[in-house]
Design a protein around this ligand. Structure first.
Ligand SMILES: C[S@@+](CC[C@H](N)C(=O)[O-])C[C@H]1O[C@@H](n2cnc3c(N)ncnc32)[C@H](O)[C@@H]1O
Length: 198
Protein backbone atom coordinates (compact mmCIF):
# COMPACT_ATOMS: atom_id res chain seq x y z
CA UNK A 1 0.00 0.00 0.00
CA UNK A 2 1.29 3.45 -0.89
CA UNK A 3 2.18 6.04 1.73
CA UNK A 4 -0.65 8.34 0.60
CA UNK A 5 -3.26 5.54 0.72
CA UNK A 6 -2.14 4.71 4.26
CA UNK A 7 -2.40 8.38 5.25
CA UNK A 8 -5.95 8.59 3.83
CA UNK A 9 -7.06 5.52 5.79
CA UNK A 10 -5.60 6.94 8.99
CA UNK A 11 -7.24 10.33 8.35
CA UNK A 12 -10.66 8.62 7.95
CA UNK A 13 -10.12 6.67 11.17
CA UNK A 14 -9.21 9.85 13.07
CA UNK A 15 -12.27 11.64 11.62
CA UNK A 16 -14.60 8.77 12.62
CA UNK A 17 -13.24 8.79 16.16
CA UNK A 18 -13.62 12.58 16.41
CA UNK A 19 -17.27 12.33 15.27
CA UNK A 20 -17.94 9.55 17.78
CA UNK A 21 -16.29 11.57 20.57
CA UNK A 22 -18.50 14.57 19.74
CA UNK A 23 -21.64 12.40 19.77
CA UNK A 24 -20.74 10.67 23.05
CA UNK A 25 -19.77 13.93 24.77
CA UNK A 26 -23.17 15.39 23.91
CA UNK A 27 -25.26 12.36 24.87
CA UNK A 28 -23.36 11.50 28.07
CA UNK A 29 -23.52 14.97 29.61
CA UNK A 30 -25.52 13.77 32.60
CA UNK A 31 -23.53 10.65 33.46
CA UNK A 32 -20.01 9.46 34.20
CA UNK A 33 -20.49 5.67 33.85
CA UNK A 34 -21.87 3.44 31.15
CA UNK A 35 -22.72 -0.20 30.57
CA UNK A 36 -21.17 -1.24 27.26
CA UNK A 37 -22.04 -4.23 25.08
CA UNK A 38 -19.46 -4.92 22.38
CA UNK A 39 -20.82 -6.75 19.33
CA UNK A 40 -24.41 -6.16 20.45
CA UNK A 41 -25.98 -7.59 17.28
CA UNK A 42 -29.74 -6.97 17.17
CA UNK A 43 -29.76 -5.48 20.69
CA UNK A 44 -31.93 -8.13 22.39
CA UNK A 45 -29.80 -8.30 25.52
CA UNK A 46 -29.12 -4.61 26.02
CA UNK A 47 -32.67 -3.42 25.30
CA UNK A 48 -33.99 -5.79 27.99
CA UNK A 49 -31.14 -4.81 30.32
CA UNK A 50 -31.77 -1.07 29.89
CA UNK A 51 -35.45 -1.63 30.60
CA UNK A 52 -34.66 -3.62 33.76
CA UNK A 53 -32.09 -1.07 35.01
CA UNK A 54 -33.33 2.41 34.06
CA UNK A 55 -30.66 4.00 36.26
CA UNK A 56 -27.88 2.58 34.04
CA UNK A 57 -26.91 4.24 30.76
CA UNK A 58 -26.37 1.47 28.21
CA UNK A 59 -24.51 1.64 24.91
CA UNK A 60 -24.29 -1.16 22.37
CA UNK A 61 -21.76 -1.11 19.57
CA UNK A 62 -21.73 -3.22 16.43
CA UNK A 63 -20.20 -3.02 12.97
CA UNK A 64 -23.40 -3.86 11.10
CA UNK A 65 -25.86 -1.10 10.20
CA UNK A 66 -28.94 -3.33 9.97
CA UNK A 67 -28.35 -4.78 13.43
CA UNK A 68 -27.85 -1.32 14.93
CA UNK A 69 -31.07 -0.14 13.27
CA UNK A 70 -32.97 -3.06 14.80
CA UNK A 71 -31.51 -2.26 18.21
CA UNK A 72 -32.52 1.37 17.94
CA UNK A 73 -36.03 0.37 16.87
CA UNK A 74 -36.29 -1.60 20.15
CA UNK A 75 -35.08 1.51 22.01
CA UNK A 76 -37.63 3.73 20.27
CA UNK A 77 -40.53 1.30 20.76
CA UNK A 78 -39.72 1.04 24.48
CA UNK A 79 -39.06 4.80 24.74
CA UNK A 80 -35.86 4.01 26.65
CA UNK A 81 -33.89 7.18 27.34
CA UNK A 82 -30.95 5.27 28.87
CA UNK A 83 -30.07 3.25 25.75
CA UNK A 84 -28.29 3.83 22.47
CA UNK A 85 -26.89 1.57 19.78
CA UNK A 86 -23.96 2.90 17.78
CA UNK A 87 -22.56 1.60 14.51
CA UNK A 88 -18.80 1.60 14.94
CA UNK A 89 -15.77 -0.60 15.19
CA UNK A 90 -15.33 -1.44 18.87
CA UNK A 91 -11.75 -0.19 19.31
CA UNK A 92 -12.64 3.10 17.59
CA UNK A 93 -15.60 3.55 19.93
CA UNK A 94 -13.37 2.85 22.94
CA UNK A 95 -10.88 5.44 21.69
CA UNK A 96 -13.71 7.96 21.39
CA UNK A 97 -15.05 7.60 24.93
CA UNK A 98 -14.79 11.03 26.62
CA UNK A 99 -12.26 11.23 29.47
CA UNK A 100 -14.89 11.70 32.21
CA UNK A 101 -16.70 8.44 31.30
CA UNK A 102 -15.89 5.06 32.85
CA UNK A 103 -17.09 1.63 31.88
CA UNK A 104 -19.08 0.25 34.83
CA UNK A 105 -19.98 -3.02 33.08
CA UNK A 106 -18.83 -4.66 29.87
CA UNK A 107 -20.57 -7.46 27.97
CA UNK A 108 -19.38 -9.67 25.11
CA UNK A 109 -22.16 -12.10 24.16
CA UNK A 110 -21.40 -14.77 21.59
CA UNK A 111 -18.67 -12.82 19.78
CA UNK A 112 -17.52 -14.35 16.48
CA UNK A 113 -15.23 -17.26 17.47
CA UNK A 114 -12.92 -17.17 14.41
CA UNK A 115 -12.12 -20.89 14.83
CA UNK A 116 -9.19 -21.12 12.39
CA UNK A 117 -5.82 -20.43 14.00
CA UNK A 118 -4.78 -17.94 11.32
CA UNK A 119 -7.94 -15.94 12.11
CA UNK A 120 -7.45 -15.80 15.89
CA UNK A 121 -6.06 -12.28 15.48
CA UNK A 122 -9.62 -11.19 14.57
CA UNK A 123 -11.09 -12.27 17.89
CA UNK A 124 -12.39 -9.37 19.96
CA UNK A 125 -10.79 -10.72 23.14
CA UNK A 126 -7.08 -9.90 22.86
CA UNK A 127 -4.48 -8.80 25.42
CA UNK A 128 -4.58 -5.26 23.98
CA UNK A 129 -8.41 -5.18 24.23
CA UNK A 130 -8.27 -6.22 27.90
CA UNK A 131 -5.70 -3.47 28.58
CA UNK A 132 -7.83 -0.89 26.76
CA UNK A 133 -10.95 -1.90 28.69
CA UNK A 134 -9.01 -1.85 31.99
CA UNK A 135 -7.82 1.71 31.31
CA UNK A 136 -11.46 2.83 30.95
CA UNK A 137 -12.72 0.88 33.97
CA UNK A 138 -13.17 1.51 37.67
CA UNK A 139 -10.76 -0.39 39.93
CA UNK A 140 -12.57 -2.69 42.35
CA UNK A 141 -15.88 -2.17 40.56
CA UNK A 142 -16.07 -2.76 36.82
CA UNK A 143 -17.10 -6.24 35.73
CA UNK A 144 -16.41 -7.79 32.37
CA UNK A 145 -18.85 -10.49 31.20
CA UNK A 146 -18.06 -12.85 28.36
CA UNK A 147 -20.17 -15.71 27.01
CA UNK A 148 -19.48 -18.07 24.12
CA UNK A 149 -20.58 -21.43 22.73
CA UNK A 150 -17.04 -22.03 21.38
CA UNK A 151 -14.88 -24.10 23.78
CA UNK A 152 -11.61 -22.94 22.22
CA UNK A 153 -12.57 -19.25 22.38
CA UNK A 154 -13.62 -19.74 26.00
CA UNK A 155 -10.22 -21.28 26.89
CA UNK A 156 -8.45 -18.51 24.94
CA UNK A 157 -10.33 -15.81 26.88
CA UNK A 158 -9.85 -17.51 30.27
CA UNK A 159 -6.13 -17.66 29.56
CA UNK A 160 -5.83 -14.01 28.51
CA UNK A 161 -7.98 -12.71 31.39
CA UNK A 162 -6.19 -14.81 34.02
CA UNK A 163 -2.79 -13.57 32.78
CA UNK A 164 -3.82 -9.90 32.81
CA UNK A 165 -2.99 -8.22 36.14
CA UNK A 166 -5.80 -5.68 35.74
CA UNK A 167 -8.53 -8.35 35.80
CA UNK A 168 -9.45 -10.95 38.42
CA UNK A 169 -11.62 -13.89 37.48
CA UNK A 170 -14.73 -14.28 39.64
CA UNK A 171 -15.67 -17.94 39.14
CA UNK A 172 -18.49 -17.82 41.68
CA UNK A 173 -20.12 -14.59 40.49
CA UNK A 174 -23.64 -15.06 39.13
CA UNK A 175 -24.49 -13.92 35.62
CA UNK A 176 -26.28 -10.64 36.32
CA UNK A 177 -29.16 -10.84 33.87
CA UNK A 178 -30.50 -13.51 31.55
CA UNK A 179 -32.00 -12.56 28.22
CA UNK A 180 -32.13 -14.64 25.07
CA UNK A 181 -30.23 -13.10 22.16
CA UNK A 182 -30.37 -13.89 18.44
CA UNK A 183 -27.25 -16.04 18.75
CA UNK A 184 -27.98 -17.62 22.16
CA UNK A 185 -31.19 -18.97 20.62
CA UNK A 186 -29.25 -20.90 17.98
CA UNK A 187 -26.27 -21.68 20.26
CA UNK A 188 -27.95 -22.91 23.47
CA UNK A 189 -24.82 -24.53 24.99
CA UNK A 190 -22.31 -21.99 26.23
CA UNK A 191 -19.82 -21.05 28.93
CA UNK A 192 -19.56 -17.74 30.77
CA UNK A 193 -16.70 -15.83 32.32
CA UNK A 194 -16.91 -12.89 34.71
CA UNK A 195 -13.90 -10.82 35.76
CA UNK A 196 -13.53 -7.74 37.92
CA UNK A 197 -11.15 -4.81 37.48
CA UNK A 198 -8.55 -5.00 40.25
C1 LIG B 1 -22.08 -13.65 16.52
S1 LIG B 1 -22.69 -12.01 16.61
C2 LIG B 1 -23.41 -11.93 18.25
C3 LIG B 1 -24.44 -10.83 18.37
C4 LIG B 1 -25.15 -10.72 19.72
N1 LIG B 1 -24.23 -10.44 20.80
C5 LIG B 1 -25.97 -11.95 20.03
O1 LIG B 1 -25.68 -12.67 20.99
O2 LIG B 1 -26.95 -12.18 19.29
C6 LIG B 1 -21.21 -11.04 16.80
C7 LIG B 1 -21.43 -9.56 16.52
O3 LIG B 1 -20.20 -8.86 16.77
C8 LIG B 1 -20.09 -7.82 15.80
N2 LIG B 1 -18.67 -7.44 15.71
C9 LIG B 1 -17.63 -8.21 15.29
N3 LIG B 1 -16.48 -7.53 15.34
C10 LIG B 1 -16.77 -6.29 15.79
C11 LIG B 1 -16.01 -5.12 16.04
N4 LIG B 1 -14.69 -5.10 15.84
N5 LIG B 1 -16.65 -4.02 16.50
C12 LIG B 1 -17.99 -4.02 16.69
N6 LIG B 1 -18.77 -5.10 16.47
C13 LIG B 1 -18.18 -6.22 16.03
C14 LIG B 1 -20.65 -8.46 14.53
O4 LIG B 1 -21.05 -7.49 13.59
C15 LIG B 1 -21.81 -9.28 15.08
O5 LIG B 1 -23.04 -8.56 15.06
Amino acid sequence: MSESARAMIEASRVARIAALRERLTEQLKGTNQITLEIGCGHGHFLAAYAEAFPEKYCIGVDLLTKRIERGNRKRDRGEFTNLDFIKAEATELLEAIPPHIHLAEIFFLFPDPWPKKRHHKNRLIQAAMLDRLAALSLPGQTRLHFRTDDADYFAWSMNLVSKNPAWKLLPEAPWPFEQETFFSKILPVYQSLIAQRQ
